[in-house]
Design a protein around this ligand. Structure first.
Ligand code: PLP
Length: 399
């Protein structure tokens, strides 16, 4: 790493200089080929340089890049209509990132309570291990000390309770509570799934007290779990949902989805964005949906995910000294490690394969949703080789 880099030193980057991508493969400047199961951190749902996305972006680039939200943007209307048709939602607000989609979600919830005669209800109950982004409000919502430290007073209005603990939620509810914010599967937190029964109980609490249930599906959305949104697998719908990552397939964009009732207070002038929903982003977002919402696409993701999980389970069986267990759904898979997750990721890199660490000593595997069976098998071979190399080293150390 160049100590004179002109960049902020906020990342300790791996020494891989990527130049181009082809599907599940990443190619470096010096001609190495990596099998990419890091998926740009759950972003590249269609892999790298998917021809349909490339065509959509090129075609839009020749027509119009940006106009601002002062004018109507046909691609925005179209994408919103398609998202609404495919989900619980009635309305959409487009953003550039996940954190901004969360900011919109929290503002929408507060505004709902405000316009319904409860300006005192502004607090959101969130969950330990959560990750909601890096803005001042979303680090407060996430509640992780390592992200809050040194950045001044924590933004007011977030109360954190243990994950999936309904009694703790009830105990934390006050007259100032506006709603609940939860990831159906915690991503950064270590691929931890909220039990469906817990989500049902949250839904019930929200309905009983006129509170809003907000899902952060920035990581779990857009086919990642084998459902369009993860909540569709549980059948427990939210009032508001934040989406990003996969929705742009690599183009920076996000969206806040809400029911008519939940979004009713977000009238002209209450919220805005310069770039959010610009024609380039909308062209790519619509192209992503062309593929992900195709008949049978998500069924295929579930089939591939089963193949992957079975392979991983047999690796976990063979190397119990390395892998403790498998977590997650669809193409959002976590390997809970017995060795440090960073060591395993280094061992994978030695096999020319990329994966992402997560909390709770987990290695995240995020293949593109279009991964072929042969590519998954290749991934499994490399994962097995990495596990074997670590297991052998452990054996030698013990001997
Ligand atoms: C990545 C992520 C975010 C933040 O998204 P950004 O685009 O980095 O702002 C928020 N919530 C979850 C669950 C995420 O995985």
């Amino acid at each position: 790493m160049d100590s004179h880099s002109p960049l902020f030193a906020t990342y300790s980057r791996a020494d891989i200089r990527v130049e181009r991508g082809e599907g599940v493969w990443l190619l470096t400047e010096d001609g190495k080929r990596y099998l990419d199961f890091s998926g740009g951190i759950a972003v590249n749902v269609l892999g790298h340089a998917h021809p349909h996305l490339v065509d959509a972006l090129k075609a839009q680039a020749e027509k119009l890049w940006h106009t601002s939200n002062l004018y109507e943007i046909p691609g925005q209307e179209r994408l919103a209509r398609r998202l609404v048709a495919a989900t619980f939602a009635d309305r959409a607000f487009f953003t550039n990132s996940g954190a901004e989609a969360l900011e919109c979600a929290v503002k929408t919830a507060r505004r709902y309570q405000y316009t319904n005669g409860h300006p005192e209800r502004y607090r959101i109950i969130t969950f330990e291990g959560a990750f909601h982004g890096r803005t001042l409000a979303t680090i407060a919502a996430g509640g992780q000390q390592k992200y809050l430290e040194g950045f001044g007073p924590k933004v007011e209005g977030f109360d954190q309770v243990p994950f999936a603990d309904i009694e703790a939620v009830k105990a934390a509810m006050t007259d100032e509570t506006a709603g609940f914010l939860i990831e159906p599967i915690q991503g950064e937190g270590g691929i931890r799934s909220a039990p469906v029964e817990f989500l049902r109980q949250l839904r019930k609490l929200a309905d009983e007290s006129d509170l809003l249930l907000i899902y952060d599906e920035v990581q779990t959305g857009v086919g990642r779990t084998g459902h369009f949104y993860a909540y569709q697998g549980s059948g427990v719908a939210p009032d508001i949902l934040a989406s990003a990552k996969g929705i742009g397939g690599g183009f920076p964009m996000g969206v806040c989805l809400a029911t008519e009732a939940a979004s009713a207070g977000m009238v002209a002038g209450t919220h805005g964005t310069t770039y959010g929903g610009n024609p380039l982003a909308m062209a790519v977002g619509n192209a992503v949906l062309d593929v992900v919402l195709q008949e049978g696409f998500l069924d295929n993701v579930q089939e591939m995910a089963l193949l992957f999980k079975q392979g991983l389970a047999s690796i976990a069986d063979r190397f119990p000294d390395v892998v403790e267990g498998i977590r997650g759904e669809g193409m959002l898979v976590g390997l809970k490690m017995r060795v440090p997750n960073t060591s395993f990721i280094a061992a994978l890199r030695a096999q020319m394969m990329l994966a992402v660490p997560a909390g709770d000593n987990v290695v995240r595997m995020l293949p593109p949703l279009v991964v072929a069976p042969e590519e998954l098998r290749e991934g499994l071979r490399r994962i097995e080789a990495a596990a074997e190399s670590i297991s052998t080293a452990l054996g030698e150390n013990a001997a």
